[in-house]
Design a protein around this ligand. Structure first.
Ligand SMILES: O=C([C@H](O)CO)[C@H](O)[C@H](O)COP(=O)(O)O
Length: 426
């Protein structure tokens, strides 16, 4: 059986969703999912509009129903849905009443395993309750902390014969894995809808689900490598947006330009004393960023000799709240340096201060091991313990912006596209 591709429209704007659905269908998507955010934003009108716009397509309403199963299925069915989603973790009585309503109104019921405490056991139960499909789904917030649906899908497909859908950050590679693992319906949201070329993105998924054996599955890299790879692709602005506006250093600007990504070695140092700033170079390893707080903005704690030493150790860059000198030289050396000030004069190596204690630099708390990213806009600090999540969320911000940029390029303005007036606080 040829797998079905379901494009999940998780946007807030209906007119954009219709356009994106058209582009996805041109690339080979089969079913159209009206995502939960779109249903919350536009109500049943979203289903009616999609029904009218795509009369020959299967329309799925991701109601994520958790109570009043019959009523919600009836609403979606009357608005034009062919398939309705109920939460797999809803009470059996909700699932059963949703099923009765689905039979009455001639629609199919998909149960979604998102956040189910024991998805394998619940899939078996849902099959016994009589749902038409079970969706093995890792939600967007769970994806951001590194969960994916493929291994659960493999386990579930051994235990049930109900038709399986799968969703959760799928791309061309994981879509192929999903089909190999027994999925009949491959649900793809962001990797199609947030692409700047939706048709091409859908086409890639089409190729991969139609010939899953031809897709190479990459070896897994370490978490640190994955984080660094994502930070290479996104900007400090994307990262700051992913942190809800937090993380940006104040008063720190690029001195020697260049994208900088690394984990922090921290230095607390005092006016006129450059011993600890330079000793930190010996402690640092390849891929570290040295982050320095120095008490004085009028006496340099860093210069050309420290920069050349850092290059020898393959350090990724330096951030200094304080002053740098030898500017002609450090510019030629090319190591990315971000600082608050430049002066010609330096102090002496006295030896006060501390390496690898928590410091404040540019108004941000920095601990050893935090990720420090710098580009033309400035420097952001990402706490080490949240780095994977922030990287993944920044990537989503980046994808969304690329798509919106493309829509602006076609004509229109940012506020028109995002319907800013409609979303102003009342
Ligand atoms: O159901 C979804 C999510 O809960 C938001 O409503 C998504 O449609 C589903 O996860 C597919 O989207 P991606 O994970 O972005 O592929």
């Amino acid at each position: 059986m040829v797998p079905i591709i379901q494009v999940a429209l998780d946007l807030l704007e209906l007119d954009r969703s219709v356009e994106i659905a058209k582009e996805a269908i041109a690339g080979g998507a089969d079913w159209i999912e009206i995502g939960t955010p779109l249903i919350k934003s536009e109500g049943m009108n979203a289903i009616r509009t999609m029904r009218k716009a795509f009369s020959d397509r299967t329309i799925l309403a991701d109601m994520k129903t958790v109570d009043t199963g019959a009523m919600e299925v009836e609403m979606a069915a009357k608005a034009g849905a062919d398939v309705v989603i109920v939460l797999g973790s809803a009470a059996d009585s909700t699932v059963l009443d949703a099923l009765r309503s689905a039979h009455k109104y001639g629609v199919r019921l998909m149960a979604d395993l998102i956040s189910a405490p024991d998805p394998v056991k619940r899939a078996v139960e849902l099959e016994a309750l009589g749902v038409d499909y079970v969706n093995v789904h890792v939600g967007i917030d769970q994806q951001m902390i590194g969960k994916d649906p493929i291994s659960i899908l493999m386990e579930i497909s051994e235990k049930v014969s109900v038709q399986l859908a799968v969703a959760g950050g799928l791309d061309a590679e994981s879509a192929a894995q999903a089909v190999r693992a027994g999925a009949r319906i491959v649900i793809v949201g962001g990797n199609i809808t947030r692409s700047d070329n939706v048709t091409e993105a859908a086409r890639k998924i089409r190729q991969s689900v139609d010939s899953p054996e031809s897709i190479d599955i990459r070896n897994r890299v370490t978490v640190d490598q994955e984080i660094r790879e994502i930070f290479k692709e996104v900007s400090t602005s994307n990262i700051s947006d992913a942190m809800h506006g937090k993380g940006a250093m104040k008063g720190i600007h690029p001195l020697v330009r260049g994208k900088m990504i690394g984990t922090a070695i921290t230095v607390q140092s005092f006016a006129g004393d450059w011993a600890k700033t330079v000793e930190a170079i010996d402690i640092a390893k390849e891929g570290n960023v040295i982050v320095i707080y120095n008490e004085s903005k009028d006496i340099a704690c860093w210069g050309g000799l420290a920069t050349q030493s850092s290059l020898n150790k393959r350090i990724a860059g330096v951030v200094i709240e304080g002053a740098v000198r030898d500017i002609d030289e450090v510019e030629t050396l090319g190591l990315p340096i971000y600082t608050s000030n430049t002066v010609p004069n330096a102090g002496d190596p006295k030896g006060f201060g501390e390496i690898n204690a928590e410091i404040t630099c540019g108004g941000q708390a920095v601990k050893p091991g935090d990720y420090i990213i710098g580009d033309e806009s400035g420097v952001v600090v990402v706490p080490g313990e949240r780095a994977y999540e922030i990287a993944r969320r920044a990537k989503e911000v980046n994808k969304t912006e690329k798509r919106i940029f493309d829509e602006i390029r076609r004509g229109g303005t940012l506020s028109e596209i995002l319907k800013l007036k409609k979303w102003e606080k009342l």
